[in-house]
Design a protein around this ligand. Structure first.
Ligand code: EPU
Length: 337
């Protein structure tokens, strides 16, 4: 176990805070051993995967547990599909690339999402019309209190828009160790409904896209809008797209007829938070070493040397401003620690 370890390298926002203790584990046995020590029971815990969805606002006075469980194995294979068992410490995008290479379909729309496989069910990652829950079968998670592995099937995870039971009732109670996905081997369900993908493929004159074509289009779109965390610190979308009632929406659209939105059902409308933030004048705003990304207003960025507190305070100002201007309450997508 390391003491007073900098977390700079372990969060994509590139925030430099110190953890009192830091330990990584690459197997269930190692995890069992770490959690058996007396000090473990007394300390606060932070479980880290790829560190791509957190904002660290202060030094962490406890143990940071870094999940490095690796491995991609075929659990079951039929003529039509394959069940893959993936270690939670595998990099998500590398898994997508592995699947494209083997012609396993289902997660190509989720190309280039930063972070590790274990974090994917945590917040039901999604992009371009597809969510993790669409291919997810079950996961194995280590119950921190009684130190046993438990199985959570798709239903048990209570997936929602960037939500799961692991962000709510079971927060900090389990460590996800393995994820099982069911992917197609042929006749893939190609999903190009999301506007940008269709446009991208049309520009390339591709009419009958393969999963690789879809993945390439998604990678191109993401690269054109989203900052690469290797170059500019960020955590992807900092806020969620808010869902509001039709009644409130009908009042807002009278004042803002161009508001970017998506009707979910008879009672609910999802609003593009990026549109709200851009139209409130925040897009591209820079305050010394941090600010709002120039090409996608949902993303807050750290150009280097910023504290998590500064970024957090910027997010508070944006939330307050959007409330005042549009009467909509923005919610953060990232975990603020
Ligand atoms: N928009 C603006 N200004 C902006 C950004 C967006 O006006 O600066 C409006 C535009 O009208 C645009 C619409 O919002 O047409 C939707 O924008 P986009 O397609 O970029 O998607 P998003 O709703 O902003 C969501 C996810 C992204 C995901 C994309 C594509 C959330 C919080 N974000 O963004 O996820 O990549 O859709 O599916 O749901 C992430 O979670 O980290 C992430 C990047």
């Amino acid at each position: 176990m390391d003491k007073n370890k900098s977390l700079f390298k372990y969060n994509t926002f590139g925030i430099d805070v110190v953890a009192k203790y830091f330990v990584s584990f690459s197997s269930l046995d190692e995890l069992q051993n770490v959690t058996a020590t007396n000090s473990f029971k007394l300390e606060k815990l932070l479980i880290l995967g790829g560190g791509s969805n957190i904002l660290l606002t202060k030094d962490f006075d406890g143990i940071v547990l870094k999940n490095n469980i690796k491995g991609i194995n075929i659990l079951k294979e039929t003529k039509n599909d394959v069940a893959l068992e993936i270690g939670a410490g595998e990099n998500w995008h590398q898994l997508v690339m592995y699947c494209i290479d083997k012609n396993y379909g289902g997660i190509e729309n989720l190309s280039l999402i930063p972070g590790n496989v274990g974090a994917a069910p945590m917040q039901n990652i999604g992009a371009h019309g597809v969510e993790l829950k669409d291919t997810f079968v079950y996961l194995e998670a280590f119950n921190i209190r009684d130190r046993k592995i438990e199985i959570f099937k798709n239903k048990d995870c209570e997936f929602g828009y960037r939500e799961s039971i692991f962000k709510k009732e079971l927060k900090n109670k389990y460590i996800i160790t393995k994820v099982v996905l069911k992917l197609s081997k042929h006749s893939h369900k190609i999903n190009t409904n999301y506007g940008d993908i269709q446009k991208e493929l049309e520009a390339l004159k591709i009419t009958n896209p393969s999963i690789k074509d879809v993945s390439n289009a998604v990678i191109k779109i993401r690269k054109s809008k989203l900052p690469d965390p290797e170059q500019i610190g960020n955590s992807g979308s900092f806020f969620k797209n808010p869902v509001i009632s039709k009644t409130i929406f009908n009042q807002i659209i009278l004042k803002h007829p161009n508001i970017a939105h998506y009707v979910l059902d008879n009672n609910n409308v999802k609003i593009a938070a990026g549109w709200l933030i851009e139209n409130a004048g925040w897009k591209g705003k820079t305050i010394s070493t941090y600010g709002v990304h120039k090409k996608q207003a949902l993303v807050l960025v750290n150009y280097g040397g910023t504290s998590g507190k500064d970024i957090y305070e910027l997010s508070c100002k944006i939330i307050k401003d959007i409330k005042e201007k549009f009467n909509i309450e923005l919610e953060r997508e990232v975990n603020v620690i």
